[in-house]
Design a protein around this ligand. Structure first.
Ligand SMILES: Nc1ncnc2c1ncn2[C@@H]1O[C@H](COP(=O)(O)OP(=O)(O)O)[C@@H](O)[C@H]1O
Ligand SMILES: [Mg+2]
Length: 308
């Protein structure tokens, strides 16, 4: 039942704790199917951290049961869904926090990453509506500002990298100007095209929030950075890639109501963070090898170009 690729990545990432949880997973799903009166329907899907079991709930309502690996990063997902209450996000029907389990409205598995039209206006428009006052109890991104600044300084000093000091200073400037104090707004936290799914009651709905409090420009920046990776994977040459991201930044700004320059500064920060992070840890899809080197070159070039 459990998709093989999911077993592999979970064990690679979590080790023995992952194996123990995977062994328990079928029983966890059985118990929730019984408790919430569900009928199973079709094969399990998965993401990075969770399995998605298609089910039908009461009144034949199509739903999915999402059970995630018990990790602190997955604690606030139901709080974010709860706050949005189905507005621009899938609806939350049930939650079992101890099991890291959610029963969610089922939508289509087609994501915005497969859409051939302009994506940025769609994502920007969603973000504008998702940016509501944050509920209590979610982690504030502003609390991480000190740690971000310290890490940037440490990485710049310790790592072998070609980023000019002006590029690193610009990233530190973003932390000082925008990260130490941030709005009390609900942030998605993993806002990329694969987490924006096709639906029927609305054209697109988001899934898979982390649930933070902070500046929505973070989500905008996260979307654009991930977009740059996709364009690169799609074989787009650097100049063309940069001008596409530039165009999309403006489309995103217009649709979201966030100033383009503000999004640009946040994007600069997280691109520089990625350039350093990748040197220490690799990327999700490229831990080693030529592909990692290419992605590192890409983030270095974007960071440098944007500072200029
Ligand atoms: N509500 C849903 N309806 C239909 N498919 C879904 C739903 N939620 C997730 N999926 C599918 O499962 C995949 C992984 O779900 P996601 O919540 O993004 O998990 P992860 O946290 O592991 O990335 C999605 O990319 C999508 O294909
Ligand atoms: Mg996901």
């Amino acid at each position: 039942m459990i998709p093989e690729a999911f077993v592999r990545t979970t064990v690679e990432r979590e080790g023995a704790a992952g194996e123990a949880w995977l062994a328990e997973l079928p029983a966890i799903v059985d118990e929730l199917v019984q408790r919430w009166n569900l009928e199973r329907e079709g094969p399990w899907l998965h993401g990075q951290v969770g399995v998605i079991v298609p089910v039908r709930g009461s009144g034949e309502r199509p739903a999915v049961l999402k059970v995630s690996f018990p990790h602190p990063g997955n604690v606030h997902e139901p709080d974010a869904f709860d706050a949005w209450d189905g507005r621009c996000a899938v609806e939350l029907y049930e939650r079992d926090d101890a099991r890291y389990a959610l029963l969610l409205e089922r939508v289509h598995t087609t994501s915005l990453a497969e859409y051939s039209g302009d994506r940025a206006p769609i994502a920007g428009n969603l973000l504008r509506q998702l940016a509501i006052p944050a509920p209590n109890g979610l982690p504030r991104m502003s609390e991480r500002a000190g740690e971000w600044a310290e890490q940037l300084r440490k990485d710049a000093a310790e790592l072998d990298h070609p980023l000019p000091s002006a590029v690193v200073d610009a990233a530190l400037g973003v932390v000082e100007d925008h990260c130490r104090e941030q709005p009390e707004t609900l942030i998605h936290g993993d806002f990329h095209a694969l987490n924006i799914l096709r639906a029927d009651r609305e054209p697109w709905l988001v899934v898979d929030p982390k649930g933070y409090v902070g500046d929505p420009a973070y989500d905008a920046a996260f979307f654009l950075r991930t977009r740059a990776y996709y364009l690169h994977l799609g074989g787009r040459a650097l100049d063309d890639l940069l001008s596409t991201v530039e165009t999309e930044l403006h489309q995103f700004a217009e649709a979201s109501g966030i100033e383009a320059d503000h999004i640009r500064r946040w994007t600069h920060l997280i691109i520089v963070q990625s350039a350093f992070w990748a040197r220490r840890h690799g990327f999700g899809r490229a831990r080693t090898g030529d592909h990692l080197d290419e992605l590192i070159t890409l983030v270095d070039k974007i960071a440098t170009t944007w500072t200029a």
